[in-house]
Design a protein around this ligand. Structure first.
Ligand code: AKB
Length: 320
C-alpha cells in the first residue's frame, strides 16, 4: 500500500498532485506538507497536512516515521527567477533540502520522486531536439542546483539503493495554484490576463521557444514514473518529458482563436530572457516514452481550450 508524503504541497504542482494522489491511494494515505504558506481549504479538508522545513531534517523524518511513509514526492523548491535573485536561498532549499529528504528516504526505505527541469541545461547544450544525455553546463543557480540534484539522486540509488526516480519538467501551465517565480510563468499569466483584460504584456521575446506541459500531464508523469516496474528503468532520474513547444507569438495566436480581441505587447525582462535563451527550444523525450511509456494527452490547442473554459468560469464566479 502506498503511503505518500508530498513536500511543497501548497505549491503549483504539489497542490494538484496531492489531490490526485489522494484520489488514487486514499485521503489518509497522502500526507501533504508545506513550509510557511497556509494551505487552501480543499487541501486542508481532504487529508492530513503538516508544516515542515526540509532544511531541518528532523521535521521531515518525524512525519515519515509517524505516518510510516514509503513514498516521497519532493516538490519543495525555489524556481529559476527567484533563484537568480536569491542564490543562497536556492542552494539551501534545492540542495540542502533535497539532501535531507534523500537521507530520510535512505533511513526509512522510501521511494523518492524528485523533479528536475529544463533548467538543468545551459547555453552550450544543443537546444534543438535536446537529447536525454548531453552537455549540462547551466549558468544559473537554479540550473546548478538542478544538475547537482540529478546527480545526487543517481548517487543515492547506486550507492545506497534508494529508489529515486524523476523527470525534467518543462514549464507547467495550470489553472489552480499560480507558479511562484519561474521563467516560464508567462505562459500561465497570459491566460489570466487574456480572460480578465483581453491584453498581456509579455516579458519574454517573440521567437523564444520553450518546452511546456499542461498540469494533468505533469501529474500523470509523476504518478506513471513512480508506478512503473523499476526493472524497466535504465535512466532512473531526470527523464526529459515534454508535451509542446511554443514561443509567445504562437500561444497568443492560439488564445486569439477563442478570444479574438486579445492583444499582446512586450516589455522584456532581461534576467528571465537570458535564462529562457539558455534553455532548450524543444527536448527529445523518446527515452521516457521507451522506458516507461510517457505519452502526454494535451497539445497547445487542447490545453488552451481547457484553460480558457476552466479559468473563465472560475474568474466569473469570483466576481459574483
Ligand atoms: C521555471 O521557470 O523556473 C520552472 C522550470 C521550467 O523549471 N517553471
Amino acid at each position: 500500500m502506498t503511503k505518500a508524503l508530498v513536500t511543497g504541497a501548497v505549491g503549483q504542482i504539489g497542490s494538484e498532485l496531492t489531490l490526485a494522489l489522494r484520489e488514487r491511494y486514499g485521503s489518509d494515505n497522502v500526507i501533504a506538507t508545506g513550509h510557511k504558506t497556509e494551505p487552501g481549504e480543499t487541501l486542508l479538508n481532504s487529508g492530513p497536512f503538516h508544516f515542515i522545513n526540509c532544511s531541518k531534517i528532523d521535521t521531515v523524518a518525524e512525519v515519515v516515521k509517524n505516518y510510516k511513509v514509503n513514498t516521497i514526492y519532493h516538490l519543495a523548491a525555489i524556481l529559476s527567477a527567484v533563484a537568480e535573485a536569491k542564490p543562497q536561498l536556492a542552494w539551501e532549499v534545492n540542495i540542502n533540502g533535497l539532501y535531507n529528504v534523500l537521507e530520510v528516504a535512505r533511513e526509512y526505505g522510501c521511494s523518492l520522486f524528485t523533479p528536475s527541469s529544463i533548467g538543468a541545461f545551459g547555453p552550450t547544450t544543443p537546444l534543438d531536439n535536446t537529447p536525454q544525455n548531453t552537455i549540462q553546463r547551466p549558468n544559473t543557480m537554479y540550473g546548478v542546483t538542478k544538475v547537482a540534484g540529478e546527480l545526487l539522486c543517481d548517487y543515492y540509488y547506486k550507492r545506497f539503493g534508494v529508489d529515486t526516480r524523476g523527470v525534467r519538467y518543462p514549464g507547467i501551465i495550470s489553472n489552480e495554484t499560480l507558479p511562484g517565480g519561474g521563467t516560464t510563468d508567462y505562459a500561465v499569466e497570459i491566460y489570466y490576463e487574456a480572460i480578465k483584460h483581453k491584453r498581456y504584456t509579455c516579458y519574454i521575446k517573440a521567437g523564444t521557444f520553450l518546452d511546456m506541459m499542461y498540469m494533468p500531464d505533469a501529474i500523470k508523469a509523476a504518478i506513471d514514473i513512480m508506478e512503473v516496474d523499476p526493472d524497466k528503468l535504465i535512466h532512473r532520474n531526470a527523464f526529459n518529458v515534454t508535451a509542446m513547444s511554443f514561443d509567445p507569438e504562437i500561444i497568443a495566436a492560439e488564445i486569439k482563436k477563442i478570444i479574438p480581441e486579445f492583444t499582446m505587447d512586450y516589455d522584456i525582462d532581461s534576467v528571465k530572457q537570458a535564462i529562457a535563451e539558455s534553455w532548450p527550444n524543444n527536448m527529445d523525450d523518446s527515452t521516457a516514452r521507451e522506458e516507461w511509456g510517457w505519452n502526454p494527452e494535451y497539445d497547445l490547442e487542447a490545453m488552451t481550450k481547457d484553460m480558457i473554459e476552466v479559468l473563465s468560469k472560475k474568474l466569473k464566479s469570483k466576481e459574483e
